[in-house]
Unconditional design. Structure first.
Length: 197
């Protein structure tokens, strides 16, 4: 249960269209340092997810009231996130690739770090949302939750990196994002409801 919950929660959050996913997919299409970029995204996710789950869990053990606050904050964010996904499903959007070319591995690394660490949504998703859900599990449950979450991150970024060129026609179609956004909205509301209950 903790493993599958970690996997589903992270998968639902990570597939939303955004700067980081667009960047990884664009570099995969161009075959420019896409393996390095994907590996760095996975490593950063592992660090942030682990920090979120175990830090929130430690704080909850120190003060049980903290867990109650984090549960309601996490649920609120999840419901809001789901609502934004439903709203974005009614907008026409498709993946647009940047015209900026990356000419070195060093620049690819710097841009990946900036896309991740300077993005508030990265902390909201990994530390606050995933951390709040994962901290619900005591003892070894949180560890299995983190493993499931990290595997979801690995599969997503590896898939974007390896299969980017094959997925491009789908991601250029606004209807693909509409279906994806509705699915994400349903998942977010379901996880938020489960968190409250």
């Amino acid at each position: 249960m903790p493993f599958s919950k970690g996997f589903i929660t992270t998968a639902s959050l990570i597939v939303a269209i955004g700067a980081q996913n667009a960047f990884v997919l664009t570099q995969s299409i161009r075959r420019q340092y896409h393996y390095t970029i994907a590996a760095l995204c996975i490593a950063l996710d592992i660090v942030l997810i682990s920090l979120g789950v175990f830090a929130v869990s430690s704080l909850a053990q120190a003060d049980p009231k903290y867990m109650q606050w984090m549960t309601w904050i996490g649920a609120t964010f999840l419901f809001a996130y789901g609502a934004m996904s439903f709203r974005s499903a009614f907008k026409r959007q498709a993946l647009t690739e940047s015209k900026d070319m990356i000419t070195s591995r060093r620049r690819a690394i710097i841009m990946t770090l900036a896309m991740t660490l300077l993005n508030p949504h990265a902390y909201l998703d990994t530390v606050v949302l995933i951390g709040s859900v994962g901290a619900q599990y005591a003892d070894g449950g949180s560890t299995y939750f983190v493993i499931g979450a990290c595997i979801a991150s690995f599969l997503w970024f590896a898939g974007l990196s390896i299969g980017g060129s094959y997925m491009r026609p789908w991601f250029e179609n606004p209807k693909t994002w509409q279906v994806l956004d509705v699915f994400i909205g349903i998942m977010m509301w379901g996880i938020g409801l489960g968190l409250v209950l």
